[in-house]
Structures are given as C-alpha cells and as structure tokens.
Design a protein. Structure first.
Length: 200
C-alpha cells in the first residue's frame, strides 16, 4: 500500500488565550514559522525538496486571513517554490490537514477495533470517552494513555497535532503497530486517522 510516512512530529508551545498569556505578543504566523524552523533543523531538511504543504487555521480572519501556511513557510526561510494550502475544519482541522496530506484511507485495510493498539481521542466531555469505550469495546489501557483532552487541554487548531504527537510518542517505544487519532469538531465535523508504525 502506498501512502504518506510520518518522519517527525512536533508542536508549538501553548499558552493561555488572554492578554496575560505567555504567547500573547507572538503572531500566529511567527508561531508557525518557529515550528517550521525547528522541523527543518531537527531533520536537516532541504526545503527545496518539499513540493507542497497542508496547514490548518481555525480562525482565518485578520492577520490569519491569507494563506498563513504559505506565509509562515516564507517567514521561516523555506523554499519560495513550495506550494501550500490552508484549511479550516474547526476543531478537526489539525488532523484533517494530516489526512489531506496523506490522501489515504484505511477503509479497505479490514482493520477491526481489536487490531488497534492505541487510541488517542479528543474527549472534551467525559460522555464522549464513555461512548467510545462502551460502543467500540475498547480496553481502557489502550485509550488516551497519557490523559484526556479534559486534562491535557484543547488548544484550538492544535489538537490534531497534539493527538498525533502523543500517539506516535507512545507507539514507538512500545513497538506497537496500529494507532488511531480521532476527534469531533464543531458543527458535526469529525475526522480520524489510522497510523501504522513501520519498524526500522
């Protein structure tokens, strides 16, 4: 099966969304550009080899009203030839951006709930956790093993990246094969992605 390969996962710092918050003076474009610079440095990445990028932005107005993904790439010093698109799917946009980038579906893979080693699910309400566990019969030991979104927080637009990072950080040392990141969003949007760890 062909598809995308996740070779690195990182996220920006988080702070309180208020004037006294530690990141209040940092623009969204600067925040994203910082993550892009860190990604480039960690990997020794030649950004001229990157053809396209998919970014998520939950509030595409004001200084975020343009293609913030492309603008942040330029600010970070990435290749000006890189194409980029910015999408908005409310709370689900981060994981939706991963899905857009990978453009692959697991529907034909014949995986069952029992095949999934770890689940990372955004659960802003305890009822959502109980619904997943009961309706799918998921073992608690495989579900949100580092805590829930209730405990870890739900930074608007960054939750998908947090889910993916938490999932991959747990799959690698445990040597697990399959993991699911899933989250509901506003107005009934939702998304999920199955990740397969490839042993190196």
């Amino acid at each position: 099966m062909t598809g995308a390969v996740v070779i690195e996962a990182l996220r920006t710092p988080r702070g309180a969304a208020r004037e006294s918050g530690a990141l209040h003076s940092v623009t969204p474009m600067e925040l994203l550009a910082g993550a892009l610079r860190a990604l480039q440095q960690r990997m020794g990445l030649d950004t001229g080899l990157v053809a396209d990028g998919v970014f998520g932005c939950v509030t595409q107005t004001g200084e975020q009203g343009g293609n913030i993904g492309k603008s942040a790439c330029l600010l970070a010093g990435w290749s000006p030839h890189l194409r980029a698109v910015t999408i908005n799917r409310y709370c689900a946009l981060g994981l939706s951006a991963v899905n857009w980038a990978s453009q692959q579906a697991r529907d034909g893979a014949n995986l069952t709930v029992a095949d999934i080693d770890l689940w990372e699910v955004r659960d802003s309400f305890a009822a959502i956790t109980l619904h997943y566990l009961r309706s799918l019969g998921i073992d608690l030991e495989r579900f949100n093993v580092n805590g829930s979104s209730i405990a870890l927080g739900h930074p608007m637009g960054a939750t998908g990246a947090m889910l993916v990072s938490c999932l991959l950080d747990e799959m690698e040392p445990r040597g697990l094969r399959y993991g699911v990141a899933a989250l509901p969003g506003a107005f009934g949007v939702a998304t999920a992605t199955v990740f397969e760890r490839i042993a190196t």
